[in-house]
Design a protein around this ligand. Structure first.
Ligand SMILES: NC(=O)c1ccc[n+]([C@@H]2O[C@H](COP(=O)([O-])OP(=O)(O)OC[C@H]3O[C@@H](n4cnc5c(N)ncnc54)[C@H](O)[C@@H]3O)[C@@H](O)[C@H]2O)c1
Length: 435
């Protein structure tokens, strides 16, 4: 039973697991490690051999505070192993990528592949939880994929599964003759993942009430935040609504920053003053919006109903235009200093992480390198290696740069002494040099 997970002896050799986590990236690996350190037998699955090898060697393949210690503890306890195929388990968690394709259509190929990989190992009573951020209807889509191959496991959906092949042959008495499907969107903040996995409130929506209850009971084993029960579609839309709301508010700040610049107004002072209004809370502008969440998820809502989402689309356009505006500011500075060396500080999509996905900073630094060649430096000490643009050290930047473009407020950049910036033209897109 999914709700009666037991603590396993670490020594047990597993061909089965309590929990099988598909996708061992920023979400899947912390989740798998957390569950393993809570005593669950966890089998992590990844299609990348490099990731599987690194996890089995108790190593972490991206930067996240305290994760290395937790992965070491999980692997050394014997409770976390990784492999390239799912094994039988009580609970399956899908945490694979959900990007958008060119043209912004959702790319569900990773989710589909994960669902297909589950089919041979799924058993009656299993609980399948989709954690990947997904367009409305994706949990139903997974159940439909399973149902086509294994009609015996198909659920009775309270929401009415429309996927062909799902015949709804579950046990109406709620017995364990079928599988249970639920969505639980992940809302952790990179940099605080281990804390937020436990402390955040979780939205849990099943395809039927029993799936919701089973999934909620699973999270209540290790989450201290509230576990909020709803339907799968509501849970899917809730996460998309949250990120679209963030996108919208950042777009407002970004639009203000451009306007304020034209008016000769310091946008940071402007926002600080406006936020003294008791019911106003304007966010901070930046070089654009990146990451594979806020820059991507609103498109899932647009794709669900293009004619009903003019605002969400306009917001994406505003944020996507900001990097171009930053590059214009660099060219304005170069008109005054035509031979200047320009340095971009920060390439990640946000401060104090190494994640480059959809990063506006990377886009700006790459474009400047294309345009200015070796006169454009790029520096991000958190990013270990990069094909393009070539990376410079902070020392080299401080020796050579005439124009400094502050793109990502990593702590190492915020610590730069004001004297080290003196005499240079500074374009601070995110307020990182404000004292
Ligand atoms: N990173 C975040 O901060 C964050 C926050 C909230 C939600 N999410 C969502 O969580 C999901 C996963 O994001 P992530 O950041 O962990 O992605 P990631 O790219 O870091 O990791 C995904 C992993 O899945 C693996 N993978 C791909 N297809 C697979 C398959 N069929 N079977 C097994 N493994 C497979 C990849 O090799 C990769 O290692 C996405 O939907 C994302 O939007 C991410």
């Amino acid at each position: 039973m999914a709700t009666s997970l037991s603590v396993l002896s670490p020594a047990r050799q597993r061909e089965e697991a309590d929990v099988c986590v598909l996708g061992l990236g920023y979400i899947g690996l912390p989740t798998a490690s957390l569950l393993a350190t809570h005593g669950l037998a966890v089998h992590g699955v990844d299609v990348s051999e490099r990731v599987v090898e690194s996890v089995n060697a108790a190593r972490v393949h991206f930067v996240e505070p305290d994760l290395d210690g937790m992965v070491r503890a999980a692997v050394h306890s014997g409770n976390l192993q990784a492999g390239s195929r799912p094994v039988p388990a009580d609970v399956f968690i899908i945490a694979v990528p959900t990007p958008v394709r060119a043209g912004h259509a959702p790319d569900l190929s990773y989710v589909d592949a994960a669902a297909e990989a589950l089919v041979p190992v799924l058993r009656p009573g299993n609980l399948v939880i989709l954690e990947s951020t997904s367009p409305p209807g994706t949990t139903e889509r997974i159940a439909a994929t399973v149902g086509r191959a294994r009609p015996d496991l198909a659920p009775n959906s309270a929401e009415g599964i429309s996927g062909e092949g799902v015949s709804g042959q579950g046990d109406s008495a709620g017995g364990d003759s079928r599988a249970y499907f639920a969505h639980c969107p992940e809302r952790v903040l990179p940099g605080r993942i281990l804390v937020e996995l436990v402390e955040n409130d979780r939205i849990v929506g099943g395809l039927d009430d029993e799936a919701t209850e089973r999934a909620a009971a699973f999270y209540e084993r290790f989450v201290t935040g509230e576990v909020l029960r709803t339907t799968a579609r509501t849970a899917e839309m809730a996460k998309l609504a949250e990120n679209s709301y963030r996108d919208l508010n950042i777009a407002f700040a970004n639009e203000l920053s451009v306007l304020a610049h034209d008016q000769g107004v310091d946008v940071w002072d402007l926002i600080e003053l406006a936020n003294h209004h008791p019911r106003v809370d304007i966010l901070k502008p930046g070089p654009g919006v990146g990451g594979h969440c806020i820059a991507v998820d609103p498109w899932f809502l647009v794709a669900a109903s293009p004619e009903r989402t003019p605002l969400i689309r306009a917001v994406r356009k505003v944020n996507d235009a900001k990097p171009g505006w930053v590059i214009e500011q660099v060219h304005a500075a170069l008109r005054e200093r035509p031979d200047a060396v320009v340095a971009s500080l920060g390439l990640a999509y946000k401060a104090d992480v190494d994640d480059l996905r959809e990063s506006p900073a990377l886009r700006i630094a790459s474009e400047l390198r294309n345009q200015l060649g070796a006169r454009a430096l790029a520096c991000d000490p958190l990013v270990p290696g990069l094909e393009y643009p070539p990376l410079s050290t902070l020392d080299e930047v401080l020796q050579r740069a005439d124009v400094i473009v502050g793109l990502v407020g990593h702590e190492c950049f915020r610590e730069i002494a004001p004297a080290d910036l003196a005499g240079r033209h500074v374009i601070d897109t995110c307020g990182m040099f404000r004292r």
